[in-house]
Design a protein around this ligand. Structure first.
Ligand code: HEC
Length: 135
């Protein structure tokens, strides 16, 4: 009987340990994508955009894609970079400043409650957009 209890106790402590480790993640900053050399879709930008933008911007919409997200742009794929409403491209929006401010009715990207971009990640995206969003 006591053996079983002892065993259960050990199991519980492992469970508690596992949980407390997970809890500490809340204090850590989100993983930053680091790009060596020129940022291109294949060299880092695709990965960055998939991680920080495609969580909402995917087709069909993800369960947490908010109402009103453009439904044609799937930012997991390079082909979608030029397929934004009204024929704009991601490059145009980034150059217009969507990563830094609200533009007309469109909010700053990513939305406030999503995983934020780091300053370096914003710089990569802007460098990429200003050089013509190369693949
Ligand atoms: C939490 C969800 C979410 C995330 C993450 C997100 N977006 Fe958005 N995005 C939206 C919504 C919703 C809209 C519609 C405009 C609005 O509601 O302000 C939008 C609109 C846009 C538009 C305007 C397109 C159009 O046709 O109107 C662009 C460009 C854009 N997002 C780029 C990005 C980029 C780049 C990222 C990552 C850095 C990103 N978004 C991350 C939800 C998101």
């Amino acid at each position: 009987m006591f053996k079983i209890l002892g065993f259960l106790l050990i199991c519980c402590s492992f469970l508690l340990l596992a949980c407390s480790e997970a809890d500490t993640l809340g204090d850590e900053p989100p993983t930053e994508i680091v790009i060596e050399g020129t940022p291109t879709w294949r060299n880092g930008i695709g990965k960055l955009v998939e991680l920080k933008c495609a969580s909402c911007h995917q087709v069909p919409a993800a369960s947490y894609t908010p109402h009103g997200t453009p439904s044609t742009m799937d930012l997991r794929y390079f082909e979608s970079v030029g397929m934004i409403r009204r024929g704009d491209s991601l490059e145009v929006w980034i150059n217009a400043g969507i990563l830094e401010q609200k533009l007309g009715g469109i909010r700053k990207m990513p939305l406030e409650y999503a995983t934020p971009l780091t300053d370096r990640e914003i710089t990569y995206l802007k460098d990429w957009a200003i050089s013509g969003s190369p693949e």
